[in-house]
Write a protein that binds this ligand. Sequence first.
Ligand code: ADP
Ligand code: MG
Length: 282
Amino acid sequence: MKTVLKVNNLSFTYNDSDKKALNNINLSVNKGEFFCIIGSNGSGKSTLCNILVGLIPHYISGQLEGDVFLGDLRLADSSMGEIVSKIGLVFQNPFNQLSYTASTVEEELAFGLGNLGIPREEMKRRIERVAKLMRIEEILHKSPLALSGGQVQRVALGSCIIMEPDIIVLDECTSQLDPLGSEEIFDIIKELNMSGITVILADHDMERVARTADRILVLDKGEQIALDTPEKIFSSVDTEKHKINMPDFTRIGFSLNEEKLYDGNIVVTEEAAISLVKEVLQ
Ligand code: ADP
Ligand code: MG
C-alpha cells in the first residue's frame, strides 16, 4: 500500500497559549484510504487538519515540532502553491472558505483555479462538473453572500474539489446542514473516495464514521489515544472514557454481550446489528 501522507512526532502550541494543542502525533495515511479523526470539542481535530494542509504554520503561527510529509514533499519546506494542488481543506466554518471578492458562485469556484493558471475552457469544464456534482447549478449566478449556510457548505466543498487535489481534508464539513443535506454531502464524499481520492475527515457522527472509515484516529486533549479500524476502536470500552459516543449499533452488541446472549465480534453497522438481533431472537 502506498503512503501518501506521513506525520512524525508532531506537536503544536498556539502562540497565545501555554499548553500543547497537539502532543506527539504519529500516523500515516494510505492512498485511497477513508481516514477519520474523532474526539470531543477542543481535542485538536481542527488544529491537525490545519497542519496537514499547511495553514499552520504558513498562516497561523505557533511552535511546531515534528514533520509532515506529502509524498516526498516536506510541508515545512514547501510553498502553499506546491501544497494546494496536492491536498485541499474544507473548513469547519464554510464562511471562512469564501474569498469575499467573487460576485457570483461561479466566480467563487473559479477563484483558486485562476491562481493555478488553468485555461478558460478547462475552467468552464471543471465548474460545470463540480456544480452538477454538488447540485449547485441553480445558484451559480447568485452572490455567495446571499446563500444559506447549507448552500455555502456545498460551495465550500465545491471550491476545494475543483482544484482536483489527490487528498481532501474535511473538518466537520456538514455542520451547517440539516440531516438530509448532510447525508447528501456525505454520499458525495464517499463517491469521491470511491473514485480514488484519499479522504481525511474530522467528524462527530459516530454511526457514519463507524460504517465508512477504513481507520480512525482518536484524539483527547491533543493526545493520540488510538489509531485503528472501526471494529477495534468501537469494541474498546476505553473509547468511551475519552468522551466518544459509541454508535447505537455497537451498543446493541455490547448489551447482548453483557446479557451473555452473544460473544462474537462487535458490530458497527446497522445491517450487522439487525442480523445479530435476528440471530439472537431465534
Ligand atoms: P477541535 O477541532 O477538536 O474542537 P481544536 O483544534 O479547535 O479542537 O482545538 C484544540 C485546542 O487548541 C483547544 O484547547 C483550543 O482551545 C485551542 N485552540 C484552537 N485554536 C486556537 C487558536 N487560534 N489560538 C489559541 N488556541 C487555540
Ligand atoms: Mg474543530
